[in-house]
Each structure stands twice: as C-alpha cells, then as structure tokens.
Design a protein around this ligand. Structure first.
Ligand SMILES: Cc1cc2nc3c(=O)[nH]c(=O)nc-3n(C[C@H](O)[C@H](O)[C@H](O)COP(=O)(O)OP(=O)(O)OC[C@H]3O[C@@H](n4cnc5c(N)ncnc54)[C@H](O)[C@@H]3O)c2cc1C
Length: 430
C-alpha cells in the first residue's frame, strides 16, 4: 500500500512494532511460507514486484493426498499444470516489500514503533518508541490500519464508535509448525511441486515446499479433548501420535522433538468487523479488517487485493477521501466476509472430504469439465485463479456448483458413467 501511495506522490510513514528483520534475524511471524496466487500476484505486478517475489517460489499445481497406508493421489488445482499456486517465504516477501518501499524517498519505515491508539477526530496516532520507551503523538491526513488481526487501530475504532461490530470466531482447532529438512546433499525428501495433505477426518497435516529443499509442515488438531494438542502433553505421546497417524511423513520429520518443545500451538480465528473506515480519516486493510483461517491460502492474497482496490478508488476519486473510503469499504467488506467463510468451509473440505471417494469423483469430474470447457471454473479456480472475480461471487457460484456435482457423483460408481456434456449444460444453467 505504501508503494501504491508513494507512486502517487504521497508521503508515507510506516510505524512497525517489530525490529528490522533485514538487520537482525527474527521470525517473520506465524507460518514460514505462504501460498501466493493470482489475486496477490495481480497487485504485486501493479507495483512492479511480481518477478522478484516469484523468483524464489516453488510452483504447486496440485495437492498430493496421503492415506494412512502411505498411498498417494494427486489432484490438480486448475485445469492443467499451467495453473498453480506458489509457495513463497514469508520472511523474504517482507524483506523485498520493505526494501522496495524504501526506494521511494517519500516512504519512511519507523521500526520498533508501536501504535498504542488513534484519535480519529484529531487524526492523531499515539506511538511508543520501543527502544527508548518514549511515548509521543503524530498527525496524519489519512491513517491506514495494516496492523494485523490484533489491530490497535481497530481496537481504537471499537472504543470510539458506538455500536462498532467486531467478532472473532475461533476454531476448536489450533496449529503447530513442523518441518522436513532438505535431503542430504540437497534436493527434496518427498515429491516437490505439490502441496501435501495427510487428511485424517477431524485433523490433518499439510506440507508446503520451500525453495531450499525443505518443507514447512503444519499440523491442524483440536486444542482440547481426548484427541487434541492438550492430550499430547509429552514428547513421547506426540511422537507416537505422528508415527501412527502419519507413518510416511514421520521418517522425514527430523527435528520433531525440538519443534514439539519450541513451536507454540497457534490459534485460528475468523475476524469480521464493521465499519472498516471512519469518515475521511482512517481505514483498515488486510487482517486488521478480515483475518481468515489459512485453509484457502488467501489471507495475504486478499490483503494485497485490498491494496489494489483501495488504489483503484484513489484513481477514481483523487483526494476525496470520503468517497474513496466509502467505495473501498462497500467493495471489500462483502468480499472479506466471503473469503472468511470460504476458508472455514475449505478447512472441513481438506480435513474430512479430500479422502472421501465421492469427493474424489467430484474433483475428477470437475477436472474433466474444466479441461473440455475452459469457460467452466471450479470454486477453487474462481477463488484462486480468477483475480477479476469477487470472492462473494466465487462463494455463491462455487457452492451451487459443488452441491450439484456432489449430488450426481453420489449416484455413480465412476465418472465415466456420466455424460459430461449434459453435466456441463446443467452447470451452465446454474
Ligand atoms: C499458519 C498460517 C498460514 C497462512 N498461510 C497463508 C497462505 O498460504 N496464503 C495466504 O495468502 N495467506 C496465508 N495466511 C494469512 C496471512 O498470513 C495474513 O493474511 C497476512 O499476513 C495479513 O497481512 P497483514 O499485513 O494484514 O497483517 P500481518 O501480516 O499480521 O502484519 C501486520 C504487521 O503490523 C505490525 N503490527 C501489529 N500491531 C502493531 C502495532 N500496534 N503497532 C505497530 N505495528 C504493529 C506487525 O508487527 C506486522 O508487521 C496464513 C496465516 C497463518 C496464521
């Protein structure tokens, strides 16, 4: 967003509570890698960073599903291998974006500066310099809250706007990061170019490849109860669980003990709030406005899309911030909510359904239709490979298609029994 604004000649000051990760090695926060797809790429292209960011990515044209016996099935994400999602490093992405923003002399990043609160009437921000402990106030024409799911700027809105609506719906499941190191002498230990999934009904393990040959794995599991993170209260129990439930992944998880002890169990929630802006003084973008669970790989993509749409509104209305912010909010709120819901739905799909034979038939059928009739797009493709389609449309249309396709796949033993042309005509009618 800073780059979009800098290109238009605005002076942009960024207050970031963390230290500069290009100077001192710190975690970029949360997941080590991220799936970048067309919505994010479209915005990165507009600010001239697409190629630099994709240079260090690994392409993932589909998911590889592992059953308990170690058998695998590959399911493409799009109509062919030219449609893929990209595994990128969160740290590298942050570093590239910061360095690119600082190329503009009208952008300055203040590291170790925490936003404490905002006064929206006065358009002032109360800041704490974390190094010196000094607390001071700055004034701005426009305040953009890009400070993540626990946004201090949103908290100020919650306090100052009567009737402000803000709710985080937490999943009963949390996540723990594990890793598969590169093979000895380089290369990958398990097939690369796919997103691996080990679905186990009410929980799952996934693995995304990294450029260096490693994989970042995430275990999604219930927080509490008989089968839960809480019940795995010793490393021995945790190890026995992984060995039993993910036997083909276990031999590759070489740092399991260290990761069990050091990697915390993260919480997963969907934030919905309203409004996203206050008159012409402040606006929320990214997770601050719509934190989503990570099961569609869209949180960052949706956040970059916010920047692109806000920039388009600025193009349209110049410096009329009332109009700019009103239109941005109207265009984005409905889509922030939609991707939040889609991501939760996809959690249940990845966890419970990808191993289900009816679901597998449905994906096979849908893939055949997508190949034969390029105008047909699955829900996944509408969300992931169609940057000009709003998430709300993808949700509505995608769910209609899914319901219909699941119904017909329930009735047949193989997709070969179906008349593809007739199915396509029925989908068109939907
Ligand atoms: C496990 C996991 C996996 C994910 N995988 C994917 C994926 O594959 N693809 C995808 O698209 N998305 C993914 N996401 C979502 C993605 O991480 C977020 O949607 C994205 O990071 C949101 O960006 P943001 O800039 O809005 O917020 P953040 O990335 O949270 O950045 C907020 C920034 O604000 C700073 N900050 C916070 N509070 C203050 C304050 N008070 N003062 C000053 N600075 C402050 C923080 O230090 C941080 O730098 C995943 C999320 C998780 C948890």
């Amino acid at each position: 967003m800073a780059i979009y604004l800098a290109k238009k000649g605005w002076k942009v000051d960024i207050y970031e509570s963390r230290i500069d990760m290009r100077k001192i090695e710190i975690s970029a926060g949360r997941s080590i890698n991220l799936a970048l797809s067309s919505r994010g790429i479209k915005a990165l292209h507009e600010v001239g960073l697409e190629n630099e960011i994709l240079k260090g990515s690994v392409k993932m044209p589909g998911r590889m599903v592992h059953d308990k016996a170690g058998n695998t099935v590959f399911a493409p994400y799009g109509r062919d291998n030219n449609e893929y999602i990209n595994s990128i490093s969160r740290g590298d992405l942050n570093k590239i974006l910061m360095t690119a923003a600082e190329q503009y002399e009208n952008v300055k990043i203040y590291f170790s500066h925490e936003v404490l609160s905002v006064n929206f009437d006065a358009k002032t921000i109360e800041l704490k310099d974390i190094i010196t402990g000094a607390i001071y106030t700055v004034k701005a024409d426009l305040i953009i809250g890009a400070d993540g799911a626990n946004s201090a700027i949103r908290h100020s809105m919650e306090k100052q706007i009567s009737g402000y609506k803000s709710n985080t719906a937490w999943l009963d499941h949390g996540y723990k990061e594990l890793s598969i190191p590169p093979a000895e002498g380089g290369g990958f230990r398990i097939p690369t170019d796919v997103l691996h999934i080990w679905p186990r009904a009410s929980y799952m393990l996934i693995a995304l490849p990294n450029f260096d040959g490693s994989f970042t794995c995430t275990l999604f599991y219930a927080n509490e109860g008989e089968n839960s993170f809480a019940a795995l209260d010793t490393f021995e129990k945790f190890q026995a669980f992984i060995k039993n439930d993910f036997p083909d992944a276990f031999p590759h998880l070489l740092d399991l003990e260290e990761e069990y002890h050091n990697n915390p169990v993260g919480k997963l929630g969907t934030l919905k709030c309203y409004p996203w802006k206050i008159a012409n003084s402040a606006v929320l973008i990214g997770d601050a406005a719509h934190a989503v669970v990570p099961f569609y790989g869209q949180g960052m993509n949706a956040s970059f899309e916010d920047c692109r749409i806000l920039n388009e509104c600025i193009d349209k209305y110049g410096t009329d911030w009332d109009k700019i912010l009103a239109e941005y909010e109207q265009l984005r709120k409905i889509n922030g909510d939609a991707i939040g819901d889609l991501a939760v739905e996809n959690f249940y799909e990845m966890r419970d359904k990808v191993a289900d034979p009816i679901f597998q038939r449905k994906r096979k059928l849908e893939h055949l239709i997508e190949k034969r009739y390029p105008e047909y797009r699955s829900k996944y493709a509408l969300v992931t490979f169609s940057p000009d389609v709003p998430y709300s449309y993808a949700q509505l249309q995608g769910n209609k298609q899914d319901t219909y396709l699941m119904k017909i796949c329930e009735k047949v033993a193989t997709v070969e029994e179906l008349d593809i042309e007739k199915v396509f005509e029925a989908l068109k009618a939907l």
